[in-house]
Design a protein around this ligand. Structure first.
Ligand code: COA
Length: 514
């Protein structure tokens, strides 16, 4: 089996392990008449709706406890044919309590929703902040409280905020339904309170059970904290669909051209991708395999040839593609800036195919102003208001990651292939840099380092970079929105292009020839 096929198999194994959960917790959950988060999502969405799940391997291998998907399932699906963002707590994972990466994932889903004007549906079943980790989830700007801040601001921007309380909703968590535009609670399982019965007894001496304190009947009839009461998960989700019929959700974006198949088999990606990341190949192979009818129009094909810029369509959606074909030089960076401005002016979304070791170094490059040319590219990418999608198909190193729309440059969605690597530089280069710095200092003191001492400095750095550049290390920490099977690339990008909101009339800056 080719290395890329093996990597895809490994991805599917890890995804299915993350979805199967802990058997004991799942059995306990079912005994309470509750559906699992992915089952809830399937009931909520239209029959046959796609579900573009975000970061399914968040928190992978990060904590001492196994916290599959960081305890929250997030993604984009369709209700009444319109795209929505669903955020569903998984109560079988430590009571659905929020680890730091649970919070980060929830906030990222809200960010995607806000940028693309997707109604938010919160399927709440959570013990709130993970108490032993409260210092990493409670107090800071991008911690738990930000979820409610975002709810208020999205609501004000006309983006519907709907909460469905299917289990616990305690303390700060109580604000999720309380801040929502409209909410539903499941009788018997759903509870909302600022303090649960044990804390109430400790604080005031009052003895009361959870349902009497803040169950469905209390909130639907007495407090008015929720708007609708339902007997079980199924009916609560059916009610949510009815609510969504009267929200101002936007339609899916329509393709500009007639969608057209690509004649190449999906599997062919495993043939043209070289076994070793060090073997160069022409990124036009990916583009030809990816786009409708294998057709693309190259821009400046004979200039700045280490970057391919091309107009094409994916399932009829126009897209401007930037793909690396080697290190970025001044001319390729200027070409990128020009092309990004063209796409901005023509309102064509951008797709970055990252396989980049960085910008050219050395005196020739520096003297001709590589830093200035790189800055033009980074500037154009930063300012582009059309949807930007990023896919790491190989390496993502150094400032190349920035110019090619890495995480810091607000791609609307960002995915990686299982063979990808992401780091400030390669492990060998980092090890040599650190060893050289230390050798210079030791030599200045008159006691240069031996080869063995140099190797002792280098090896731990190489090992550290090897671990940290791994795509699972990256996806676990939400540096992307998920690792995808390369064979699914066309489907995932087409769904992303359809779901992305494209403002047709911003004031474009015009095109400056670089
Ligand atoms: N912080 C840390 N761990 C939590 C937690 C929290 N807020 N809420 C639940 N857990 C853990 C439990 O310790 C348990 O861990 P274990 O599997 O290692 O034993 C696991 O999640 C499941 O909790 P359990 O109480 O057995 O499940 P349950 O389904 O019967 O009840 C809750 C779930 C959420 C109702 C209940 O755990 C609870 O009330 N938690 C505290 C809620 C709270 O007061 N939060 C305040 C946040 S500001």
């Amino acid at each position: 089996m080719s290395i890329h096929r093996q990597l895809a198999e490994q991805l599917h194994q890890r995804l299915s392990a993350a979805q199967s959960g802990n058997a004991q917790s799942v059995a306990r959950h079912r005994k309470r008449g509750k559906l699992l988060p992915r089952e809830r999502i399937a009931v909520l969405l239209d029959d046959g709706s796609p579900f573009l799940e975000l970061s399914p391997l968040a928190a992978y291998g990060v904590y001492d406890d196994d916290i599959p998907a960081a305890g929250i399932v997030c993604g984009i699906g369709l209700v009444h044919g319109r795209p929505v963002m669903v955020m569903a707590n998984d109560a079988t994972v430590k009571g659905g309590s929020y680890y730091p990466l649970t919070g980060k994932k929830h906030l990222r889903a809200q960010e995607v929703a806000e940028q693309n004007r997707l109604p938010c549906i919160y399927l709440v079943d959570s013990g709130g902040a993970n108490l032993p980790m409260q210092d990493q989830i409670f107090p800071d700007k991008d911690h738990f409280g930000r979820i409610f801040f975002n709810q208020a601001n999205m609501s004000a921007a006309g983006i519907a905020q709907i909460a469905v309380v299917l289990g616990s909703c305690t303390a700060g968590g109580a604000y999720l339904p309380a801040m929502a535009d409209e909410s539903v609670i499941v009788e018997g399982n759903g509870t909302i309170f600022l303090a649960g019965p044990p804390l109430v007894e400790a604080a005031t001496g009052e003895q009361i059970d959870a349902q009497s304190l803040g169950g469905g009947r209390v909130h639907a009839t007495l407090s008015g904290v929720v708007d609708h009461r339902a007997p079980d998960d199924q009916s609560a989700l059916a009610k949510t669909r009815q609510i969504l019929a009267y929200t101002n959700s936007r339609a899916l974006r329509q393709p500009e051209a007639e969608p057209e198949a690509n004649p190449q088999p999906r599997e062919r990606v495993f043939e043209f991708l070289p076994e070793s990341a060090k073997t160069p190949y022409d990124c036009r192979e990916i583009i030809r395999w990816l786009v409708d009818g294998e057709r693309f129009e190259e821009f400046k094909a004979e200039h700045g040839t280490t970057l391919v810029c091309a107009f094409a369509a994916i399932e009829g959606y126009r897209v401007g593609i930037l793909g690396n074909n080697g290190v970025l030089h001044g001319d390729s960076a200027r070409k990128a800036a020009h092309f990004v401005q063209l796409c901005e002016q023509r309102r064509i979304p951008l797709l970055f195919l990252q396989n980049i070791t960085g910008f050219m170094v050395g005196s020739d490059a520096e003297h001709s102003g590589i830093a200035r040319d790189g800055a033009k590219m980074v500037h154009a990418v930063s300012r582009a208001s059309v949807p930007k999608l990023t896919l790491i198909v190989g390496g993502s190193y150094g400032a190349g990651n920035y110019g090619m729309c890495g995480r810091a440059f607000n791609p609307r969605l960002m995915f990686s292939w299982p063979n990808s690597r992401i780091a400030v530089m390669g492990g060998e280069q980092a090890a040599n840099t650190l060893a050289t710095v230390q050798q210079t200092a030791a030599t200045a003191k008159g006691s240069p380092l031996s080869d063995a001492q140099m190797q002792a400095i280098r090896q731990p750095v190489i090992d550290q970079f090897e671990t940290q550049a791994d795509p699972y290390y990256a996806t676990a920490r939400l540096w992307d929105d998920g690792i995808i099977d390369p064979r699914d690339t066309r489907r995932v990008l087409a769904m992303a292009l359809a779901a992305c909101d494209l403002d047709p009339n911003p004031a474009p800056p015009g095109v400056y020839r670089m």
